[in-house]
Design a protein around this ligand. Structure first.
Ligand SMILES: Cc1ncc(COP(=O)(O)O)c(C=O)c1O
Length: 424
C-alpha cells in the first residue's frame, strides 16, 4: 500500500516488503482451515502455572526492581544461568560472552547492522529462515544460497560457492546457519560437516552465525555439540531463544560471542531498545535457576515427538508416491519435495479450497527456486487435525498432479531421484 508519506521513506524502508509468510498466515486464520503453515509452538506447551508461580514470587520478593530499566547486556542472573547451561553443552564461556536480546530476531538484526554494508554478501542455506534473510537484506546485503541435502549444508558446495563469488570480486562476510533441525527443512548438520564448515569459515575469514532456536528440541538420535563449542578463534556468534522452550511472548533470547565482538553488538543494540524486557528476563532466570526448564523440556519433547510421529505416519499412509519428505530428528518442521511440474504457490489456492494450509517453499530460497517444495509445521495442530489435514493435503497434491498430467505441464512428474533433495 502506498502511503502519502512514501516519498519521504528511507531507501531501506522502501525496499522492505511485508513477510510473505506473515501475510499468508492471515489467510489461514479461517476456522475451518487446518494450518501447518505457522512456526508456532503448541499453546498447550506453555508452562502457565509455573510462570504464575514465578511472577508471584518475583513481585513479592523483588517488587519494583524487576520493573525497572535494565542494562543493555541483560539481567546478570540470567546471563550467568545461560552461560552455565551453554557450558553443559560443551562451550567454555561466562556471562561476559552473553548478551540478552529481544528475541533472536533482534540479534539477527543487530548482527546485520554491525556487519553489513549495502552489497555485502551473506551465505545462507537454500532454503533458509526468511526472518534472517529479511533482516540482512534490510541493510542492503545480498543473499547467496548453498543447496542443502539431508545433512544440511555440504561443505564442498559451500567452498565452491565462495570461490565462485571471489572470482567475481565478492568475499562473503557472514555465513548464516541453523545447524540443528533447520527451519524450514528440518535437517541437521552432522559433527564432521560442522567442523569442516568451521575450517572453511576460518580459511575465508567469515563470521559464522549459528542460529539454534530448536537445538533443545531433539526427539531421536544423538545430541550434537554446537558449532560454538568447536569455535577456536571466536568467529561463531551463537543465538539461543526462550521462544520455543518457554514462551515466544516474552521476547527473551541470548546471543553468545567473544567479549570484544559482544561489546560492539551491545553498543549497536543500545540504539534500538536500550534493554530487553526486564520482567521477562527475571522470569526466564528463575525458570532456569529453579530447574523448571528441564522438567518442561521433557514434557514438550514428548508432546512434539508424538506429533512428529503422527504427521510422518499420516504422510506415509496418505501422500502419493511422487512426494518425498525429510524425517527430522527434532524441531518443528517437515520439508516436502513434489514433482517439478507442481508449483506449491499455485497449489495453495486449491489447498485453501480443501481447508488445509502450508508455506510454499520458494519463499525460503534467496533466488526463489524450490517452487515444488513446501514446509509443514507439526507442533501446532491437534493430533486429530494432523491426520485429517494430511489427508486433505494428500488429496490436494493428487488433484494438482492430475491437473498437470491433463495439461501436460512439463514431463517431470517425479521428484529428483538422487535421494532427498532439499533445495531443488
Ligand atoms: C531459525 C529461526 N531463527 C530465529 C527465529 C526468531 O526467534 P525469536 O522468537 O527468538 O525472535 C525463529 C523463529 O521462528 C527461527 O525459526
Amino acid at each position: 500500500m502506498v502511503s502519502k508519506f512514501s516519498h519521504l521513506y528511507s531507501k531501506n524502508a522502501r525496499e522492505m516488503k511485508a513477510s510473505e509468510i506473515r501475510e499468508l498466515l492471515k489467510l489461514t486464520e479461517r476456522k475451518d482451515i487446518i494450518s501447518f503453515a505457522g512456526g508456532l509452538p503448541n499453546p498447550g506447551a506453555f508452562p502457565v502455572d509455573k510462570v504464575r508461580e514465578i511472577c508471584n514470587h518475583l513481585l513479592d520478593e523483588k517488587g519494583a526492581n524487576i520493573l525497572q530499566y535494565g542494562t543493555t547486556e541483560g539481567v546478570m542472573e540470567l546471563r550467568k544461568a545461560i552461560a552455565d547451561r551453554m557450558n553443559k553443552k560443551g562451550m567454555d564461556i561466562n556471562y561476559h560472552n552473553v548478551l540478552i536480546t529481544s528475541g533472536s530476531q533482534q540479534a539477527l538484526d543487530i548482527i546485520g547492522k554491525t556487519f553489513l554494508d549495502p552489497d555485502d554478501t551473506v551465505i545462507v542455506g537454500a532454503p533458509t529462515y526468511l526472518g534472517a534473510t529479511n533482516a540482512f537484506r534490510s541493510y542492503g546485503a545480498v543473499m547467496e544460497g548453498v543447496p542443502l541435502d539431508e545433512n544440511g549444508m555440504d561443505p564442498e558446495l559451500l567452498e565452491e560457492k565462495i570461490r565462485l563469488l571471489q572470482m567475481h570480486g565478492r568475499s562473503p562476510e557472514l555465513l548464516y546457519l541453523i545447524p540443528a533441525f533447520q527451519n524450514p527443512s528440518g535437517v541437521t548438520i552432522p559433527l564432521e560437516r560442522r567442523k569442516r564448515i568451521l575450517d572453511i569459515a576460518r580459511e575465508y575469514d567469515m563470521v559464522v552465525v549459528e542460529d539454534a532456536p530448536y537445538s533443545e528440541l531433539r526427539y531421536s538420535g544423538e545430541a550434537l555439540k554446537p558449532m560454538k563449542a568447536m569455535d577456536e578463534d571466536g568467529r561463531v556468534i551463537y543465538l539461543g531463544t526462550f521462544s520455543k522452550i518457554l514462551a515466544p511472548g516474552f521476547r527473551v533470547a541470548w546471543c553468545i560471542a567473544e567479549p570484544d565482538l559482544l561489546n560492539k553488538l551491545i553498543i549497536v543494540k543500545q540504539a534500538s531498545d536500550l534493554c530487553t524486557n526486564t520482567f521477562g528476563q527475571h522470569i526466564a532466570a528463575e525458570y532456569l535457576n529453579r530447574g523448571y526448564i528441564d522438567e518442561h523440556l521433557e514434557k514438550i519433547k514428548s508432546l512434539y515427538k508424538r506429533k512428529r510421529d503422527s504427521m510422518l505416519a499420516a504422510m506415509d499412509a496418505h501422500f502419493p508416491a511422487e512426494a518425498k519428505w525429510t524425517k527430522p530428528e527434532g524441531g518443528m518442521f517437515i520439508w516436502v519435495t513434489l514433482p517439478k511440474c507442481i508449483d506449491t504457490k499455485d497449489m495453495f489456492v486449491r489447498a485453501l479450497e480443501n481447508s488445509v494450509a502450508y508455506v510454499h517453499g520458494a519463499s525460503f530460497f534467496a533466488d526463489r527456486s524450490g517452487k515444488n517444495t513446501m514446509r509443514l509445521n507439526f507442533t501446532y495442530a491437534s493430533d486429530e487435525d494432523i491426520d485429517i489435514g494430511i489427508k486433505r493435503l494428500a488429496d490436494t497434491i493428487r488433484q494438482e498432479l492430475e491437473t498437470c498430467r491433463k495439461e501436460g505441464k512439463g514431463k517431470d512428474f517425479r521428484p529428483n531421484e538422487e535421494g532427498l533433495v532439499v533445495g531443488v
